[in-house]
Ligand binder design. Structure first.
Ligand code: DAT
Ligand code: MG
Length: 149
């Protein structure tokens, strides 16, 4: 079963959207297998955003992502990487479709509420950056027999 790394960013935490985000993924049928509430240490920010460190927007991105606590999660389910990206919406909320998290709750690219891994490879990399293998909990949800045929 596929897993992905999702994180409610500091704006989402401050605006009280942790529950809304969790509810959307729970209702879709996905299963949370790990979570942590914390302010991201600088070293982990650099690792997580390695592909963006050299970009002009990185200083602002780093200041934003460390400006307050984040809610980090690992979720599991069939095709979750692609489906969660679809549920999150476009990087720039101005172009994010209504019904997506960014399309419903955000206005600007630098305050876009949530992070989600963009490929299975990225998901595995990001999960390993933020969680130890023993922090991921394997269990069966009682509704799985009515989610998977
Ligand atoms: P996503 O979060 O949709 O995967 P990304 O990986 O390209 O997008 O970028 C990571 C974050 O960096 C993104 O959520 C917001 C910020 N960002 C990306 N491009 C930006 C830009 N051109 N200006 C300002 N912030 C940007
Ligand atoms: Mg990305």
């Amino acid at each position: 079963m596929e897993r992905t790394f999702l994180m409610v960013k500091p704006d989402g935490v401050q605006r009280g959207l942790i529950g809304e985000v969790i509810t959307r993924f729970e209702r879709r049928g996905f299963k949370m297998v790990a979570s942590r509430f914390e302010r991201l240490p600088d070293a982990r920010v650099m690792e997580h955003y390695a592909e963006h460190v050299q970009k002009p927007f990185f200083p602002g991105l780093k200041a934003y992502i460390t400006s307050g606590p984040c809610f980090l999660m690992v979720w599991e389910g069939k095709d979750i990487v692609k489906i969660s990206r679809d549920m999150i919406g476009a990087t720039n909320p101005a172009g994010a479709a209504p019904g997506t998290i960014r399309g419903d709750y955000a206005l600007e690219i630098g305050m876009n509420v949530i992070h989600g891994s963009d490929s299975v490879e990225t998901a595995n990399r990001e999960i390993a950056i933020h969680f130890k293998p023993e922090e991921l909990v394997s269990y069966t949800r009682i509704d799985e027999q009515y989610l998977y045929e």
